[in-house]
Design a protein around this ligand. Structure first.
Ligand code: COA
Length: 166
């Protein structure tokens, strides 16, 4: 892995937005959005922010738990907003926040939030060092600090699972 100095980039460079209209093929027989479909969109929205920040390929290393807060229906507009919260060495935590918009009722509700860890890799899947991210707003600084705490929890959980599976 190269030790070259990477130029830090602000969080805003990675901010991404993705929109989907929920179609019948995205739903269960009751017309509600499938959780698996939403998880797929969350992964894609997260990858966009990871690619934009790292300017490289990136693989999903983990997804923290996701709560589905409100049901989403056929015809609803789903908006996914993502950005890099914090970079470690080769990995970065990306936050994805999902909203559902009903354009007839002119409402917007928070559907889910998720934290994903992506690892930057080259075309041969060798890990790459990622440029630091610069939080510029109070909210970005809070997310940056929280990401450090979540990384410690993830690492100890991963270690616990590894020990349990030996
Ligand atoms: C993710 C992956 C690259 C990690 O590689 P590894 O050889 O286990 O590497 P390490 O244990 O040395 O960890 C490398 C980095 O990944 C992070 N990492 C590894 N496993 C992780 C996990 N489960 N959750 C969060 N971060 C993780 C480490 O903290 C480390 O970060 P750092 O460099 O910023 O300190 C490797 O496990 C992999 O390729 N997994 C498959 C990814 C994939 O195909 N995803 C698509 C879903 S099918």
């Amino acid at each position: 892995m190269s030790d070259e100095i990477l130029t830090p980039r602000p969080v805003r460079d990675s901010q991404s937005e993705m929109a989907e209209i929920v179609l019948p093929n995205d739903t269960n027989p009751l017309g509600a959005l499938l959780g698996g479909r939403l998880m797929h969109w969350i992964d894609l929205a997260g990858a966009m922010a990871a690619h934009r920040h790292s300017r490289s390929y990136a693989v999903t290393a983990s997804v923290d738990h996701i709560d589905f807060l409100v049901p989403v229906r056929v015809g609803d507009l789903v908006i996914l907003r993502s950005s890099v919260n914090r970079v470690f060495h080769t990995s970065m935590e990306v936050g994805v926040k999902v909203f559902v918009e009903n354009y007839l009722a002119d409402t917007s509700r928070h559907v889910a939030s998720a934290y994903l860890t992506f690892v930057a890799v080259d075309v041969n899947r060798n890990r790459l060092k990622v440029a630091p991210v610069i939080p510029e707003t109070d909210e970005q600084r809070r997310r940056y600090d929280d990401a450090g705490r979540r990384r410690e929890i993830r690492r100890s959980e991963l270690e616990r699972r590894r020990r349990a599976s030996r």
